[in-house]
Design a protein around this ligand. Sequence first.
Ligand code: GLN
Length: 262
Amino acid sequence: MNLFSRTFLVGLLSVILVLGLAGCGTGTSGNSGAGGEKITIGTDTSFVPFEYLNQETGEYEGFDIDLVKALMEEVGLDYELKPMDFNALIPSLQSGDIDMAIAGMTIKESRKEVVDFTRPYYDAGLLILVRQDTTDINGVDDLKGKVIATKQGTTSFDFAKSIEGTKKVVPFPNIDQAYLELEKGGADAVLFDSPNVLYYANNKGKDSVKVVGDLLQGQQYGIAFPKGSELRDRVDEALGKLMENGTYDELYKKWFGEKPGN
Ligand code: GLN
């Protein structure tokens, strides 16, 4: 090999090396060890104000969506969101179709047997919503003989089924269909997660529906992973950091108007 080809080869190798290193940095927030990995995160198609499609921009928005962005910056991973019916999230984690799921998912024992959760990131409960002209439903005890609409595969569906003496519990794939059913008189009440019910009552439904009774069944939301996922520990740690450094409080304020009490 003559001097020219040797110099050329060394030059070429350095260019490849530099390009290669630069390539590793793209798509991550510069966190060392990220290596441009991209994960798939499953989310619900609609669970306002945690995740929903902004019709104007075509982008997903919400508390969970902002939280995911901050978490992924913290762990240095690039990601892709995969919206799906709430019901499909756990099977998709189990089959390895998605690496993580964030969808206001309630941490509960039967789910803990099949997926792993982070620490809780939101305190919620269930609420009852009725039409404004309804006078005979003022709490859970008044649901006897009534038709309840809710969302399939959720803790609300389980809770509604456990109320004795109801006429019927009708599950819908999407909660908007349950609200519509209530509005048009096909159901007497909707039972669902408090932040979503309050959002509907204060916005679209402010002239037609009202919340009745107390907050039922205290619940906490967690982020879910396939069983044994090492990503869970990294995301859980990042969540702890965001809760300490004020980022979580900022996002909470942006979406719910008030800071968490703890
Ligand atoms: N928190 C409820 C559950 O986990 C509903 C969540 C949702 O509809 N996205 O069952």
